[in-house]
Design a protein around this ligand. Sequence first.
Ligand code: ZN
Length: 446
Amino acid sequence: MNGKASRYSNRDADFLMGLGSLYLAHNLLDPAEELLAQIPSEGALYFDAIVLQIEIQFRKRNYQEVVRLAETLVHSSNYPAWLLEKIGVAYYFLGQASNAKRYLMQSMADIPQNSRVRDNLMSLRPLNQRPKIEELIMGGFEIGITPHVALDCIAPILLGGRPASCCFGDQLLAGDQPSNSEANQQNFYVKFAANLYQGFGIFTAFLPYVDLSLGQCVPLLKLFFSLDPSVFDRVEDIKQLAWNEFEKQKEGSNHRFEYLEKEGALLGYPKCCVDWALKNRRSNRSIEALALRALIEEEYVCSLETSKPSPPGWAYFAHEFYPCKPRCPVAEQVGIDIFEGYRKKEPFLADLYCQHALSVNKAKMYHPVTSYSLFIDNFNKTMVQILKIEAFKKAHEDFDLYHEEMLVILKEYPYFENPEALPLVYAMAKERTSQKFATNVRQAVN
Ligand SMILES: [Zn+2]
């Protein structure tokens, strides 16, 4: 026995577990592994210790060991979903796609079957009035829709700009929260779909799959929105094709990405862009890298031109879409049509769409994997502020009368320049205007 092991040998399993977890939390994998290995197999903490050992081996990329440890737990009680995911990913990198598929699909069992969602929607009362886009943007929070999702993918359907659209599960409010049970999480999605149907007549279909771009394997939930109920069958079709290809891909067969072709057609993506993406994916080239390279070049060229052409933007009409080139005319037209749709219905949303939704989508090109969520968080926060101001303006019909005075006040007190201070600034402006009026009247009388 070595010195280190004997240091801990008289400690109980609780101590070993606590310290091992702390080491793991700080990514000190070797000492964590050493401690957890001493937890006796007959004790109550053994299951938890193996679960942590799996996490350690996963971080060390010892996928063979991840699978071996997981098999020792096969007859134990239920696995947590994140553990199923790790085992699935380990099998994927070991080239055992069927096992990978089995575990990955189990890890996403909290996503409801589309047939269940459809049956539930069909049992509900259909929408009988034209939905208001403004309500969707302002009140979307209550049903789990962030301003970004509302503006970027749901409103464009209502405006007739797109036949269908999609977003990722972690773009919803509470959609990415770990829930206490699978059933609760299923209910969240079923309720979400029901609210969107009852409020706006939109059908929601769910696609649990994995993101395999850039050499990774990460479970991914996509939600598809459409006014056409055929979206359920079409998404099921895509799901079948995608998982069938997933099973084949480590067998050296040529990946056809047929499901991407169907997905592009469903979402109304320009054919030139879908063909471009397929051609590059099939020859194992990263469309993320190619799209970024083209965008950087285009923006650089714009910055050099003396006539200052506006930088590209219209083509980035969807968060999950990569145009074949930054100025693809067909993709640009989709963005322009959505903008025009907004402009006719609600001009202030048109500007927001242009300045924020399109720019956030373009910004994602620069950060395809990790950081784009920062842009979205920032966007949603900005939107909440803008919506608060708009709501205040709506509630005070005389707002415009005091606008000039409010600008004067903001110059005097720059720290009032936030939505929370708006009621105060408005009240001050009103007070000052009436004082000025009284002074003017007095002067006129004298
Ligand atoms: Zn194109």
